[in-house]
Design a protein around this ligand. Structure first.
Ligand code: PRT
Ligand code: ZN
Length: 289
């Protein structure tokens, strides 16, 4: 019998903006990994996974070529470089957008303003597709870094680059005028992953779901008069239904539930309006529906 254990090989960024978030997600999914400096690869001690550390731009190709089975990259890189890759899961970190920016003083009138102009970018394929979609013909000048200085030195009329807070654009006298795409870190696979590797990936995805739902939700405890319970239950129904426990004070209960991070503040206001008091909100570590 072949006792060589099959491993799922996961490619993540060696260093840069995706590295920390990728490692954190894998660790929170229960993988015991040590990431020494200058390591090219490492094996999880308690899960059949090997991590490869690579440049993010190379990851879609390595995954396609089966050097790695799955990878974590920005959606922007996937769109630019990926051909035979499948987006398996959005990972909810490294959020940014790929945008077109023009010099602050330019009288930008809309996408047609770009007609006949020159755009500097590290994302020629994405920009080409965007221009085609908007039936606009512009020159694309591919550069690999410091794209934001291109208009200032007369290399281009506009740029297309990653924007997060927008402060890089601002300090280079540029103004964001079109969002070409929104991006976040994503998990990708190559063509049709099967067998043991597929099973390992499914286990890992299950864990990642538990980690991410926990992050997006909070455990909430509050006190309320008993007659407010039905109304509060409609505001925070929880995973199944809230838990109700009597307070020592007649006519009052303690209600426990789960609330989503996104509409958290709006719900707190509603709960207060229903008569809730003593509201406690506690982080959840893992959440399995
Ligand atoms: O060495 P390697 O090739 O692996 O890394 P890299 O230099 O190509 O990539 P890296 O580490 O800079 O970014 C990796 C991924 O992080 C990107 O592909 C995006 O998906 C994502 N991401 C999220 C970002 C940003 N936020 C971001 N702010 N990538 C780059 N930036 C740049 C932006 O271009 C600007 O120049 O950061 C600068 C600051 O942004 P502002 O708008 O906050 O000023
Ligand atoms: Zn890169």
């Amino acid at each position: 019998m072949n006792d060589m254990k099959e491993l799922l090989r996961i490619a993540i960024q060696k260093s840069g903006r995706l590295q920390e978030g990728s490692l954190e997600l894998l660790k929170e999914s229960g993988l015991a990994i040590s990431n020494g400096r200058d390591q090219l690869k490492t094996q999880a001690r308690n899960f059949p996974v090997e991590i490869l550390f690579l440049r993010d731009d190379d990851i879609p190709q390595y995954v396609e070529d089966r050097v790695a089975d799955v990878g974590i990259v920005g959606e922007n890189v996937l769109r630019e470089k990926g051909r035979n890759n499948e987006l398996v899961k959005r990972l909810d970190f490294a959020k940014c957008r790929l945008s077109i920016a023009v010099p602050k003083g330019a009288e930008y009138t809309g996408i047609k303003w770009l007609q006949g102009k020159n755009i500097a970018t590290s994302y020629p394929n994405v920009v080409k597709q965007f221009l085609e979609q908007h039936q606009t013909d512009a020159g694309i000048h591919e550069i690999s870094g410091s794209v934001e200085i291109a208009p200032g030195i007369g290399l281009a009329d506009a740029i297309c680059d990653i924007v997060s807070t927008g402060s890089t654009l601002l300090s280079n006298g540029l103004r964001e005028v079109e969002v070409v795409m929104h991006s976040e870190a994503v998990l990708i696979t190559g063509p049709a992953l099967e067998g043991t590797k597929r099973d390992i990936l499914d286990q890992l995805l299950f864990r990642m779901d538990a980690v991410n739902s926990a992050k997006n939700n909070k455990y909430i405890l509050l006190n309320c008069p008993n007659d407010a319970i039905p109304k509060i239950t409609t505001v925070i129904p929880g995973m199944n239904s809230p838990t109700i426990m009597p307070l020592n004070k007649p006519g009052w209960s303690s209600l426990h539930s789960v609330v989503n991070e996104n509409d958290f503040w709006a719900k707190i206001d509603l709960l207060k309006a229903c008569g809730a008091e003593g509201i406690l909100v506690i982080p959840i570590e893992k959440m399995i529906a």
